[in-house]
Design a protein around this ligand. Structure first.
Ligand code: SAM
Ligand code: SF4
Ligand code: SF4
Length: 348
């Protein structure tokens, strides 16, 4: 199944909650996400059975990878039960899914082994710095970095690897953490990825001046820890890969690699094979879409699988999204902010 730009559907991201115990300023600024914020009521959330039913239909359409996200996915009660159900699905060629989860790591130390036992294959942990003061300021709930590092260790010990570590880099906030992070994770078996701060949602007051271009990140690291470019490992991969070089300038496999995700400075819409399912069952075909497609009402109206399946086909085949490629043109042309959903609602 291909969209209007010839892109297949391979990757489904499912947001399991719109709540979070952190208030990262670039995602859920605490002035907006107060206790009075209109979070979704429990009845609006897709149940695990509803999620699994939709996921199965997506898998029949060629999805090979499912990522659970949020909000903070580990806050969803009994998430292990959903993982068990999703782990039982098989791709169209009979393989297990690539089943993963993105987390802020705060509950990982407690939950890593149960997640593994439920059938989760690996995790991506968001970590924006190693300096405790910087980290506490960025999560804005005074959460200590040591607890996330402990969570990462627990995930590694439980076999939830290869672990990816995602760092959003924001100018004036945490760029001084780039090198300490690179030094820490070099040779650890974990892949550190630097993400350009994006203009998702409508609450983070994004400014281009706060984006640290990936090129700058690579240059900075390369000056101390030489890097060599690596080929993409699969089509649709969001990160450009760089390997740590040995003395001969070859990739030193034991030292591993980093990735840079240049969502702002180098659009990668051309290969974008991702769909996103919000916590309440709205299907989004782009992170920057202002509107989703309501699958929950179909499910709750007792629609048969065939109807859900053809709705998904129609939506994907009608998809032409390429927001990141248009970003600069849009901003220059109109200067008007576009209404967008929050990342905590559709998931990263
Ligand atoms: N709470 C989980 C976490 O933080 O890993 C999962 C959800 S979070 C929305 C998913 C990812 O989106 C995180 O790695 C986060 O850093 C990233 N993210 C959120 N807002 C962003 C922004 N404005 N620009 C770039 N990345 C962002
Ligand atoms: Fe929560 Fe993740 Fe957003 Fe931070 S990035 S506020 S941890 S959902
Ligand atoms: Fe995909 Fe939209 Fe991001 Fe482009 S802007 S890579 S279409 S999610």
């Amino acid at each position: 199944m291909y969209d209007l730009r010839g892109r297949p559907l391979r990757d489904l991201r499912i947001s399991v909650t719109d709540r979070c115990n952190f208030r990262c300023n670039y995602c859920m600024p605490k002035e907006v996400f107060t206790k009075d914020y209109p979070y979704l009521p429990h009845s609006a959330l897709l149940s695990f059975e509803e999620i699994t039913r939709i996921a199965k239909i997506f898998v029949a359409h060629g999805v090979q990878k499912i990522r659970l996200t949020g909000g903070e996915p580990l806050l969803r009660k009994d998430i292990e039960r959903l993982i068990e159900q999703l782990a039982a699905l098989r791709t169209t060629d009979g393989q297990a899914l690539d089943l993963t989860l993105t987390t802020n790591g705060s509950l990982l130390a407690r939950k890593a082994s149960a997640l593994k036992a439920a059938g989760l294959q690996r995790v991506t942990v968001s970590l924006d710095g190693l300096d405790d003061a910087v980290f506490r300021r960025m999560n804005d709930v005074d959460f200590p970095v040591a607890d996330v590092l402990e969570g990462i260790e627990a995930a590694s010990a439980a076999g939830l690897g290869p672990i990816k570590i995602n760092m959003v880099v924001k100018r004036g906030t945490n760029e001084q953490e780039i090198l300490p992070m690179a030094r820490r994770f070099k040779g650890s078996g974990m892949v550190l990825r630097f993400i350009e701060y994006m203009d998702v949602g409508a609450t983070n007051g994004w400014r281009m001046t706060e984006v640290v271009p990936s090129e700058e990140v690579v240059k900075l690291i390369h000056a101390e820890l030489p890097l060599v470019p690596l080929e993409p490992s699969n089509p649709g991969e969001t990160a450009q890969r760089w390997g740590y070089a040995d003395a001969l300038g070859q990739h030193d496999l034991a030292m591993g690699e980093i990735g840079v995700i240049s969502s702002v400075t180098k659009a990668f819409c051309g290969d974008c094979n991702r769909a996103r399912l919000s916590t309440e069952g709205q299907l989004y075909t782009c992170l920057f879409a202002s509107q989703g497609h309501d699958l929950r009402s179909l499910i709750r109206a007792q629609a048969p699988d065939a109807d859900l399946s053809s709705a998904i086909t129609r939506i994907w085949q009608g998809r032409g999204d390429h927001y990141s490629e248009l970003r600069s043109a849009l901003a220059a042309d109109t200067g008007i902010p576009i209404r967008r959903v929050e990342m905590s609602y559709i998931g990263g």
